[in-house]
Design a protein around this ligand. Structure first.
Ligand SMILES: [Zn+2]
Length: 484
């Protein structure tokens, strides 16, 4: 991982919300460059929706100060990693490994982890931790966080660090105190029902952690390392369930089973495992399994087949999957998206378009549909109509680098060179890579000056304005790096 460039915050002491956000921005700028960072629209949407529902509950319950609400990013970043982990970062960012999504049995279990991590943020645990360690510069803290994240992704790396005597230091510095953990459990639990989740998700997740603990399998469960499951935590949680309440969460939804299966397939389990998953629907007794189990297995089988380039096999698996999700709208939408994705992977643009139009051509499509539709139409050479919807989306989601990148491709395909270069620049700026953004904006100015394209004065003046703004940000970033 590249050397992090982190802002200075003065001599420690109080960490303002703005300073914490800047620290978070610097950390995630490095994470965006991590080869394991993955912007999978389906998984991002699923986790982000839960994160925002919990955030709204925290706001309504007065757990979230208006200042944090406004200043923090409240953004989820996914890592394509099979280990089970989630971590709150400074500034309202949440990192989630695909391994966690792949292992939770219900949306409520996933929400319990998000609610706990969100509460570390809203209760300013990160700021308090940093204030306690005021002798450490923010650079050291940021480097420590990045180092610990890298170590958590690979048990080998963690061991190598341990040999050097560093791992314990890193872990101890990052770990919240037991009191903070209990507070995050308590506040997180209180958000569950108001956010629309079954509080039993906490119990289910604790059971999972306990089982993993028994197997002593800490290497693939970094979350367990950073969140030791004490009898106190378990007792606290059980006492919170209303007397007589079932400890069982509601049956898992079809949609969750499929999204969880998607996370497992995308976490690169290897060819042998993909083959096993592809074969699972043919195993004896499969038809007698509960619907959610079958939906998850069929989804995994179809996606695995596609990854193994067995496109006909993938398409065939969609038929029984469509039958299982019949009458369940969220699950049907996931199957439509999957059908389009599989058709696109097979190069069957016509089938991909059909699959997407089955969902109805909503005027303001959700992000997975918008991005997938753009990719399909780009392949068909007919993406000109997508510039409008992408710009509409970006007006309310200006930090969506993936959407900027696709808009750049759409404009490129239309021969709108100047606009395409500007969109590329915005994609870099959205990931806080201001130096790269400045490069692209300047390339845009060159294009405008050379006048090889028809003069576009409006576009050229937008580029000039944006270049000045981003240059100022780039200077600030460079200065912060130099001050350290
Ligand atoms: Zn925690």
């Amino acid at each position: 991982m590249a050397q992090p460039r982190l802002p200075t915050l003065g001599d420690g002491g109080d960490l303002t919300a703005g300073a914490e956000r800047r620290l978070g921005d610097s950390i995630i700028r490095e994470l965006y460059r991590d080869p394991d960072y993955i912007d999978d629209p389906v998984l991002v949407e699923y986790v982000q929706t839960q994160w925002l529902a919990l955030l709204a509950a925290a706001r309504a319950r007065g757990e979230l100060s208006p200042e944090l609400d406004e200043r923090f990013a409240w953004e989820v970043l996914l890592g394509r990693d099979r280990s089970v982990n989630a971590f709150a970062l400074p500034g309202g960012y949440l990192g989630v490994h695909l391994g966690l999504i792949g292992v939770v049995a219900s949306r409520d279990e996933l929400a319990s982890v998000l609610a706990h991590e969100l509460s570390h943020v809203t209760q300013r645990h990160i700021a308090r931790l940093m204030a306690q360690q005021s002798r450490q510069t923010p650079l050291m803290i940021g480097a420590m966080i990045l180092g610990a994240l890298a170590a958590s992704k690979s048990p080998d790396a963690a061991q190598a660090l341990a040999i050097g005597g560093q791992a314990l230091v890193v872990q101890n510095q990052l770990n919240f105190s037991r009191d903070m953990e209990r507070e995050a459990d308590r506040v997180g639990y209180s958000l569950m029902a108001p956010a629309g989740f079954a509080p039993q998700g906490f119990v289910g997740m604790f059971d999972k952690l306990q089982q993993a603990n028994r197997l002593n399998d800490n290497g693939s469960w970094p979350y367990l390392r950073s969140h030791p499951l004490t009898t106190q935590r378990i007792a606290d949680m059980q006492s919170r369930l209303p007397p007589g309440a079932s400890t069982l969460a509601p049956a898992p939804a079809l949609e969750h089973a499929m999204v969880s299966a998607r996370a497992r397939v995308l976490s690169r389990p290897g060819v042998d495992v993909l083959r096993q998953w592809q074969a699972e629907p043919r195993s004896t007794g499969f038809a007698a399994q509960p619907a959610a189990r079958r939906a998850g297995a069929l989804y995994a089988a179809a996606l695995a087949a596609s990854q193994l380039r067995d496109h006909a096999g993938a398409r065939a698996l969609l038929v029984p999957l469509q039958a299982v999700v019949q009458g369940d709208a969220p699950a049907q939408r996931q199957v439509q998206l999957l059908a389009a994705e599989l058709a696109l992977a097979a190069g069957d643009v016509q089938a991909a378009r059909q699959a997407l139009s089955a969902g109805g051509g909503a005027a303001s499509p959700d992000r997975p549909t918008l991005l997938l539709r753009t990719q399909v139409l780009l392949r068909a050479g007919q993406a000109q109509d997508m510039a409008g919807p992408l710009q509409t989306w970006l007006a309310t989601h200006p930090r969506d680098a993936g959407a900027w990148q696709l808009l750049a491709s759409v404009w490129q395909a239309q021969g709108q060179v100047l606009r395409s270069v500007r969109a590329e620049a915005e994609a870099h700026a959205a990931r806080y890579d201001y130096a790269a953004a400045v490069d692209r904006f300047k390339a845009g100015q060159d294009v405008a000056r050379k006048g090889s394209a028809p003069a576009d004065f409006v576009e050229a003046s937008i580029i000039d304005t944006r270049l000045r703004a981003v240059e100022a940000l780039a200077r600030e970033q460079a200065q912060q790096a130099a001050e350290r």
